[in-house]
Unconditional design. Sequence first.
Length: 329
Amino acid sequence: MSRPEIMKRSFRRCLLCAAFSAAAVPLLTTAQSFPSKSIRVFTAEPGGGLDMLGRLIGQGAAPSLGQPMIILNRGADSGVEAAVTVAKAPPDGHTLLLYGSTMWTQPFLRANLPYDPVRDFAPITVAVVSINVLVVNRALPVRNVKELISLAKARPGELNYASGPAGTTTQLAAELLMQMTGTKMVRVNYRGNAPAIADVISGQVQLMFPTSGVGALHVKSGRLKGLAVTSAEPSPLFPGMPTVAESGVPGFESVTMSGLFAPTDTPAAIIQRLNQEVVRVLNMAEVKTILMNSGVEVVGSAPEHLASMLKSEMAKWGKVIKAAGVRAE
């Protein structure tokens, strides 16, 4: 190779290196300058699990970020207001959304929803996962899921299940079970967990799929019979309890992810910074203990995992909701 050709190739390499360096400077600058003000995190009603999760994350991440994380509760409409607010916010990482599955099942429950769960948000992390537990009244003559299915098939439309608002896991887990087993049970709607659980305990309603935090109290006290958990694998929250899947309904799984999102087009460097800080906080021993005691399991995933799970969850529950004819109430 002649000397001029060598010089030309070296010059091209220098140009490429300069281009790459120039492209990296804005990302580096963006990451170093973020955050420049307080970070607002929109989530569900005060006093609930997501509210507590947000405050734990905020308290743990603020010192390292150098700015406070302010938790703002907007959950009266299943996350619609919170999602719209974040979707329309500047994509600079200072406005975030911390929400669970109701945020991304709403498009199947309502017409003309003013946000798109995939298009309008940049995933940061799956923070935690919450499971449900299948519980029945102690007098119901069943000892496991197989016997419950047999009873439901023998008495179609006679068993009632307690449910929270339309589209929540307390309803969708039951709808999934019926669709996968060809059974028919009747939904009894409640405004909250407390009256629903009370009616299952008293026998006015036969069964329910409460969240693990609520169900664990009554299973451990003996007021309700716990038959199975809704996760794909056995849960440390219910030692020794089988899953619905291994109890005669292969493939059954119903869990709630709680994810952290930023507006779409938020720079990758900011997403990565937020992911690192939040995952670090979630993996603190004291934070894990608090969350486990409240009935949820820490995940702390990469952004790509949340993006993948969001799409698969929407595909799955969209089919269940459509088949069951579930609509927002």
